[in-house]
Write a protein that binds this ligand. Structure first.
Ligand SMILES: C[S@@+](CC[C@H](N)C(=O)[O-])C[C@H]1O[C@@H](n2cnc3c(N)ncnc32)[C@H](O)[C@@H]1O
Length: 198
């Protein structure tokens, strides 16, 4: 493991500890744990996905695939959603420490790997949430690889679709939607969440 990986792992652990200071993590899932964690993060307006957390929770049902866990903010909203609505979340991240964000949750499967190297999650997907590598090529690759696995009427959600720091995200979404002729709209705030109606 490189020094960079170790630093990232420490940052993920520190973030997670901050988020869970009122709800200590256990090695197995506790009833209502995700709900109280979701309520705690939804109050934290500094999180870069803050504006989108209620929507993520609302639409998460059935087979949900998440690319990019980091310290588990979006994962918490998606899991709170499937706890209420039914379903399962499959999450992908290259950092091994991400597995501890919701370790033991019965409705969660974590794959420590690159986005294109995943064993089969539950297919077809109802919801695909993309928040991994923010380069044009990587976002387009995630969209092209996983988008066609979403069932008709499902949703593809891309975070950072309205961020000057990641112009490639927006361009990749626009190219993908033109090629596949799919309607989409932008939820503003918190760097933007693009919703593609598949
Ligand atoms: C912006 S963070 C995700 C934030 C997370 N969605 C949240 O709300 O807390 C991006 C994450 O994507 C992961 N990542 C980047 N490129 C990836 C790839 N090609 N495959 C899997 N994970 C990747 C990084 O390790 C990082 O943890």
């Amino acid at each position: 493991m490189s020094k960079r990986d170790l630093m990232d792992e420490a940052a993920i652990a520190a973030n997670f500890e901050r988020l869970t200071q009122h709800s200590p993590m256990s090695s197995s899932h506790r009833p209502s744990y995700t709900k109280s964690l979701y309520e705690a993060i939804a109050r934290d307006v500094c999180l870069d996905t803050h504006a989108h957390l209620p929507y993520l929770k609302e639409v998460a049902k059935g087979n949900v695939l998440e690319i990019g866990v980091h310290c588990g903010i979006s994962t918490t909203a998606l899991l709170a959603g499937v706890e209420e609505n039914g379903g399962h979340v499959w999450s992908i991240d290259v950092h091994p420490a991400c597995r501890y964000t919701h370790y033991g949750h019965p409705q969660w499967t974590f794959y420590c790997t690159w986005a294109g190297e995943v064993p089969q999650p539950g297919l077809p997907l109802d919801v695909l949430f993309i928040d991994g590598d923010h380069s044009y090529a990587a976002v387009l690759n995630d969209l092209q690889f996983w988008g066609p696995q979403v069932k008709a009427g499902g949703l593809i959600l891309c975070h950072d679709a309205d961020s000057a720091s990641f112009p490639g995200v927006r361009t990749a979404i626009e190219d993908f939607c033109v090629w596949h002729n799919k309607p989409h709209d932008l939820h503003r705030g918190s760097n933007g969440l693009e919703v593609i109606y598949w």
